[in-house]
Write a protein that binds this ligand. Structure first.
Ligand SMILES: [Mg+2]
Length: 438
């Protein structure tokens, strides 16, 4: 049997785990796109105080916890404007109509007693990593699927008849240790277990014995991996439920490998196991802005995003070996690319590779509105032989990065920038240290 473990409204639950006053009330976590990271002359130097969560501010658009006014309210002249978007909603708030993706101002009109807390992604990442480490002791074959989801394979470990009792015990232990509520789905296959979790929420355990009768009436959109495009294609052919989908084997076979894979997953006959090595965990950062056509400025922004993502990776002790860059343009065009880099991670390597990737994928003349950068395939999960040729140099660079990291942790992410992030020769940058590119 497979287990799918999913933290209930994770970001809100994480906040509740460190602030019990948020329990049992309509609460939400919100965020806002923070563009000040691109500011060529950042205002002063930020003091890093981990307990206040302030050091994540420039990275994860998170202000000091609980300071709603400071973080979400803009004042120009006498006018006040509440900015930002709801990212996670508690069940109490959901019941009152608050939804993920809703502007915070709208959510507050709907539910004036709602408490909105600025998000603190670094804290959530850490909590997630701790929970993963804990789960690994309880279920040897475990896979992290996302920041708040895990797959476990119980075969040879938990007796079939014991699965529910095991899941409930695990649920209790997780709550006791982390103060996090999880829901657990149990089924003969991974993807059906994930589907089952939806029926377990909130804070429940749901077991599927027979796949076919279970999936029969479930709308196709609810199946993991059926995106909007696929759902539309299926619906054009009159397929609306998973039961109907299983009666169209031929059609799905004509759609090639993705179709066949989907058919098998829906019936729970995919035979896919846990991939303990293939964690999907990644670190990402993105910014949306008004259209920019100036290539120099885009280059500069790409490098700044690289610095922020690199900072997080170092902070979390990860060695990512795949770097991804995506750009969205004004009229909806997109460009993306990724690189595998089997080297010791450091800011220098990251910036160089990302700059090259940018030159490779950027559409000439395109006006960009969004840049997203992510890092994945951490060596902890993907044991790989790192390049020996570059080893010495990388180690030196890593030491340099570590030194920079320490300074940033004390004085702020803006305390050190590299020359390629600056707009002009720095006459005005007195007092700010720079590390030249080597
Ligand atoms: Mg969840």
């Amino acid at each position: 049997m497979f287990f799918h473990i999913d933290i209930d409204s994770f970001f809100v639950s994480a906040e509740r785990s460190r602030d019990p006053s948020l329990r049992g009330i309509p609460a939400a976590v919100g965020g806002r796109s923070n563009l000040e990271i691109f500011d060529p002359a950042p205002r002063g130097v930020r003091l890093m105080d981990e307990n206040r969560g302030a050091f994540v501010a420039p990275v994860f658009h998170s202000g000091p916890k609980g300071r709603f006014e400071e973080y979400f309210v803009d004042r120009d002249g006498g006018r006040e404007r509440i900015r930002g978007i709801v990212t996670t909603v508690s069940y109490e708030a959901r019941a009152l109509g608050v939804k993920t993706g809703m502007p915070i101002a709208q959510a507050l009109r709907l539910c004036p007693e709602l408490i909105v807390v600025p998000g603190d992604l670094l804290f959530y990442h850490r909590l997630s990593a701790e929970l993963f480490a804990f789960l690994r002791e309880r279920i040897p074959a475990i896979e992290q699927f996302s920041i708040d989801e895990f797959f476990g394979d119980g075969s040879g470990w938990v007796e079939s008849g014991e699965c529910e009792a095991f899941a409930r015990r695990l649920q209790g232990e997780i709550f006791e240790r982390f103060a996090l509520p999880v829901s657990i789905g149990i089924a003969p296959s991974k993807w059906i277990a994930k589907l089952a979790t939806g029926f377990a929420k909130p804070y429940g355990v749901y077991r599927v014995e027979e796949v076919e009768p279970f999936i029969r009436e479930i709308p196709i959109e609810e199946f993991p991996g059926i995106g909007r495009g696929y759902a539309r294609r299926l619906k054009e052919r009159g397929i609306c439920t998973l039961g109907e989908l299983t009666r169209h084997r031929r059609l799905l076979e004509r759609w090639g490998k993705p179709g066949i894979t989907l058919y098998r997953r829906v019936l729970g006959i995919d035979g896919e196991g846990i991939a303990p090595g293939a964690s999907r965990q990644s670190i990402g950062i993105s910014r949306t802005f008004d259209p920019i056509g100036d290539v120099e400025e885009l280059r500069r922004r790409v490098v700044i995003l690289a610095r922020h993502a690199g900072y997080i990776a170092m902070k979390l002790g990860f060695n990512p070996t795949r770097y991804h860059l995506r750009i969205r343009y004004r009229y909806g065009e997109r460009a993306k690319g990724s690189r595998r880099v089997d080297r010791i991670f450091g800011e220098g390597v990251l910036k160089r590779e990302i700059r090259e990737l940018f030159e490779e994928i950027h559409l000439p003349g395109g006006e960009a509105v969004k840049i997203a950068l992510s890092l994945s395939d951490f060596t902890r999960n993907h044991p790989r032989t790192l390049s020996l040729l570059e080893w010495e140099r990388d180690l030196r660079e890593r030491r340099l990065s570590r030194g920079i990291q320490r300074i940033r942790e004390r004085f702020g992410l803006d305390a050190i920038r590299t020359a390629d992030e600056l707009l002009k020769p720095p006459e005005s940058g007195a007092g700010r240290r720079k590390v030249p590119e080597r």
